[in-house]
Every structure is written in C-alpha cells, then in structure tokens.
Unconditional design. Structure first.
Length: 367
C-alpha cells in the first residue's frame, strides 16, 4: 500500500461513528485511506454497512481541514504520529483488533521496548498502595533497568506508579484521556514534563480534545494493549482499573493483582480478580517476573556446530533473521520471510524445544 499522508491518517480518526475496527475495514475495502475521502457520496451510500448518515460524514471535507491544522500542530511541537499501517507501529498493538488506528506520542521512549508493564489502580490510593507501588517497581527496576512502566497519569495509584518509576530511573509513559493542549489533572503537569524526558506521553485524541469521562474509559485499551502485562495494585469492586484488567484479559495479556484484607474497600477489586482467576496473585516483583519469564538473562550459549547441520533451510532463514536483528516478533518474521503463520508457529516451537530460539512475552523471539 502506498505511503499515507499525515493529513489523511489524522482525518480517518476524526470521522464520527467510525471506530478503530471499522476504519481498518474501510481501508481494506477501498484499498487506501485517500480513496475513502475521494469517493463521492452517491457511491458511498450504496456500500453495504455505510448508509446515508455515515456516507455524509465521510464526504464532509471539513474533517480534512481539521486534520490539516492538526498536522501543523504535531509537526510544530515535534509530536510523533503513528498509523496502524506504518512499519514502526508498536508490535504489541498489532495483536489488538481495536488498537488505535492513529495515535500521537511525545517523548524519548521506544514503544517497542522488550519489557513493558502497566500499573493501574484506584484514584483513592492508600499509603499502603503507594508503598507497594514503590517497592514492586523499585525491585523490578533493580533487575530490569530497561523496563518501561505505563499508567494513566491520574490521581492515586497511577501517579504513584509514574513517580516510583522516575525515582528508580525507569522510563514511564502516561496514556492521556485528552489532547496534548491539556494536562489533566493539572497538578500532575510537572511530573508529565519530567516524563517527556524520561519516557513520554501518548494519546489517540487530537490536541484540542478535552478530558471527558468516556475518553478515560476509551484510553484504557491503550494502557492494556501496549504492555506485556497489567498490574492492579489497589481497586474498589468497580472502577477503571478493573476495566483495564478485563481488556488486558481479552487481549490474552497477563494480569496481576496485589491482594489485600477481605474487609478492605480498596482491595475488594483485586481480591475479586484473583478469586475469579482473572488475575495472578502478585505480592512481590518476583511473582511478576516468574510468570512473565523475565528471569535475569544469562549470556547466550554458542550454538553447537552440529545444530546448524540439523537445521533445514526454513529454520536456517529464521535463525539468521533473529540473530541479525537481535529480537523479532512473529509478525516481523512472517512479513520478512513470507512464511505462513501456521507453518511458522510450528517451526518456531520446534526450534524453541531444541534451544535454538527463545520466546518472550509479546511473541518476541531471540536466538
């Protein structure tokens, strides 16, 4: 597919009643993003599933005008725009059907970092919850200095997690429920500014979008989708943290919850997740790294010469690619070598059994 202009990437995300899944279907149907906006109303209205209302929105040129102004803003403020068809679109998002078609990022962090953990919880964090954040994140930072921590920059556990990450020299990403013209809550602005130098800020909302309740619910899928796992530190029986945990489970990502006393209001949600097998119990950093197989990496053993002779041609191509890149996802191997997923999965499993490659969270492979 030809390169998509920044204006059209932004405009696609602005059309009302078109979500991330529908947008992908439209691009697939028309063959390009530009073709969607070039199609006349009389043709759009005849397409099954579009109808007159949606056809009217798509043919409204004002969205391209808004996108043009937004393009000027992101370029002026050095904001990186990611589109789902771009080569550098985060590989973890590629595994989520409803990941943002277009999103914006400002900061210094690699969104494809080998280890990314989300930490969420109640806005009414207790002193115990904040201490747990610092203790668990501190222990992880000591063993995994390349770990990236993600949260939502909200009151309570979110901001405690961000601050703990910064204090322990980890990069941390704040996922916003609004555009870049706003920082909500405003009292967290100084922390957000520090994060731009030690992590970053991410949103799928255009710059002028205000912080509204539904936006924060919508952004939870990003917190869950960009991470290998989600840790819930404290939560009531209802709340945004539990929504994020449910979404993470729907993505087949690991979920952890810190248990609390049975009569503790702000542990009720965590206890319920564990009770219903929706989350693994996490009392320490060791619980997290064990389940995610984040054991401290030892120097790789040299591959025995005999093993090379035992590899078939396909295995040799896979092994050479992984060794030259350092680490690759199964999607990258598929695209680069043109091997069908069904055949590739079987081949990788056999190679893993023989110690030729090793699989990490997020379908990441290393030799």
């Amino acid at each position: 597919m030809p390169e998509v202009s920044l204006k059209h990437k932004i405009a696609l995300s602005l059309i009302p009643r078109i979500g991330d899944i529908s947008a992908r279907k439209l691009v697939s149907y028309f063959g390009s993003v530009e073709a969607i906006f070039n199609e006349p109303y009389r043709n759009l209205v005849k397409i099954p599933g579009i109808g007159s209302g949606l056809a009217k929105y798509i043919s409204d040129r004002s969205y391209l005008e808004v996108a043009e102004k937004e393009e000027e803003y992101v370029v002026k403020h050095n904001i990186k725009t990611f589109f789902y068809l771009d080569n550098d679109y985060p590989f973890r998002f590629r595994q989520c059907d409803d990941s943002p078609v277009t999103f914006y990022f400002k900061g210094s962090c690699d969104l494809n970092s080998p280890k990314i953990l989300s930490v969420v919880g109640t806005r009414n964090a207790t002193s115990r919850g904040r201490e747990l954040c610092d203790r668990i994140i501190g222990a992880l930072a000591e063993r995994y200095p390349d770990l990236v921590l993600v949260s939502g920059l909200a009151y309570g556990i979110d901001i405690a997690a961000h601050k703990a990450a910064l204090n322990h020299n980890l990069q941390t990403i704040g996922v916003l429920g609004h555009g870049f013209l706003t920082i909500y809550p405003s009292v967290h602005r100084s922390t957000a500014e520090t994060m731009l130098r030690q992590g970053g800020l991410l949103t799928d909302f255009v710059s002028g979008t205000l912080p509204e309740k539904n936006n924060f619910i919508k952004r939870n899928r990003i917190i869950a989708g960009i991470s290998d796992a989600t840790l819930v530190v404290e939560s009531g029986i209802k709340g945004g943290a539990l929504i994020t945990a449910d979404i993470a489970n729907s993505y087949n990502r690991d979920v952890f919850a810190v248990p609390g006393r049975p009569d503790d209001q702000w542990s009720a949600g965590c206890n319920d997740l564990i009770k219903r097998n929706k989350a693994a119990l996490a009392e320490s950093a060791r619980d997290i790294e064990n389940l995610l197989r984040w054991e401290t990496e030892k120097p790789a053993k040299a591959v025995q010469p005999a093993l090379f002779s035992e590899m078939n041609e396909t295995e040799m191509r896979i092994f050479d690619l992984i060794r030259s890149e350092g680490e690759v996802t199964i999607d990258q191997i598929c695209r680069t070598l043109g091997i069908p997923v069904s055949k590739l999965s079987s081949q990788l499993l056999q190679m893993e059994f023989r110690g030729l490659v090793k699989c990490y969270p997020g379908n990441l492979y290393r030799s």
